[in-house]
Ligand binder design. Structure first.
Ligand code: DX5
Ligand code: ZN
Length: 219
């Protein structure tokens, strides 16, 4: 029997000309968090937006802003993302060079600290930072673009991380290719939060799409 995951729609799939209204719409459609994909064209092969966007969408929702930094280095920008109104700031373990330091800085800024793992990165990278994280973000696609095919290999990684963090107040979030078909596998493996971009924004029926992912996890 699975439990209900938190749903974090990714605004990477929103209409970039109408971010404020899109954030309000997913909030009203039942999003638990708002997932903000920051890309630098260097760590990942795509460019999105920076702290100014976080600042601009902040007044449009009271839900947690779950900011996923796909940038390297991340450290020079952590303070700006914190000041802009992020609630969770997640850095990639691969972005380096000092993951432990980055996580300490995020917490010192009063924010929840997350670490994200690319599909090829083993879960062992979080072993020595478990006391410094509030969230682990498992990438179930190679980061950079929405709408990619889900990598089934990551279900086992979710299961292993769930065992590693058991008993600790750490959210286990999965990002990439989440749909009503893949969501139950992830929740059964121990995921507690799911990011979904294309599956939420497709067809413009945000409430229906969010409910479809949640409901699939109850079956
Ligand atoms: C990928 C991003 C994801 C992406 C997910 O680099 O981190 O958050 O928006 O999009 P879908 O749900 O379409 O795979
Ligand atoms: Zn993301």
């Amino acid at each position: 029997m699975s439990s209900l995951p938190l749903i974090a729609p990714s605004i990477l799939s929103a209409d970039f000309a109408r971010f404020g209204e899109e954030v309000r719409a997913i909030d009203e459609a039942g999003a638990d968090w708002v997932h903000v994909d920051v890309m630098d064209g260097h760590f990942v092969p795509n460019i999105t937006f920076g702290p100014r966007l976080v600042e601009c969408i902040r007044p449009w929702t009271k839900k947690l802003l779950d900011v996923h930094l796909m940038i390297a280095p991340a450290d020079p920008y952590l303070e700006a993302f914190a000041k802009a109104g992020s609630d969770i700031i997640t850095v990639h373990a691969e972005a380096g060079p000092h993951l432990d330091r980055s996580l300490q800085v995020i917490r010192s800024l009063g924010k929840k600290a997350g670490v994200s793992l690319n599909p090829s990165t083993p879960e062992s990278v979080i072993e020595y930072v478990l006391d410094k994280i509030d969230l682990v973000l498992v990438m179930s696609v190679n980061p950079g673009f929405g709408g990619q095919a889900f990598l089934p290999s990551q279900v086992e990684k979710v299961r292993r991380i769930a065992a590693m963090i058991q008993g600790r107040p750490i959210a286990l979030e999965v990002d990439g290719g989440v749909t009503p078909e893949t969501a139950p596998l992830l929740v059964q493996a121990g995921a507690t939060a799911l990011v979904a971009g294309s599956a939420v924004f497709k067809g413009g029926e945000y409430a229906k799409n969010i409910a479809a992912i949640r409901d699939a996890c109850l079956l």
